[in-house]
Design a protein around this ligand. Sequence first.
Ligand code: AP5
Length: 214
Amino acid sequence: MRVILLGPPGAGKGTQAGMIAEKYHVPQISTGDILREEVKIESELGKQAKSYMDKGELVPDKLIIDIIVKQLDEDDSGNGYIMDGFPRTVNQAVAFASALSERGEQVDRVISIEVERDELIRRLNGRRTCTECGVRYHIHFDPPRKEGVCNECGTKLIPRDDDSEETVPNRLEVYRKQTEPLIDYYKGSGVFEAVDGVGSIEEIFKRVEKALEG
Ligand code: AP5
């Protein structure tokens, strides 16, 4: 199962990707998580990526495509994977299609999670993330059992740097300009499914399952 999850910031890509990975036993490949890890360890890639991420801009295609090709080579991806946050530009999609075709593979499903702007802002404002294991929560919609503390590892939860009031509008605009064109790119491919992303996390997962299995 080779799946791409598309959707604006806060649509629930990471939340749903985690659930798909668990149910279907496929790895979740999140370019955002990979980049945040590189920033944390202050690698050369992390230093380059940070300046873009802090402003809510996309990291240059070349850096991202290198990450993905490395993942495809390294990962035990025989069973497939869930791409969470990749591709993000038509250039990335073209490069990905070509890397897959070299391996005799193709994408099985592209699922676009659709949520309107006000709800995205509510979700990003209330998101809290574990600094240790990366699990995400929402202060109202998906709270941890103990306020401010990760259920999984007991570490403190914090807002993501790029969820600030200054950065979110630019992330939404960057999505509209650079990532939304991917919907048209994939629409004619026969593997594209749009899913209504408003409702409870479980309700949306049911729609995602239907899109995957239908
Ligand atoms: P990335 O980490 O990919 O961020 P994003 O796409 O902006 O998406 P988010 O992680 O913010 O949201 P999400 O859709 O995963 O929602 P979530 O499940 O957390 O990228 C970060 C940055 O890295 C980019 O800005 C860019 O700089 C760089 N980057 C990454 N990939 C790149 C690429 N390919 N090319 C170039 N640059 C790249 O949910 C959000 C919140 O809502 C959570 O609190 C959650 O608990 C809650 N929630 C989820 N579902 C529901 C629901 N149904 N109802 C209510 N609340 C819900």
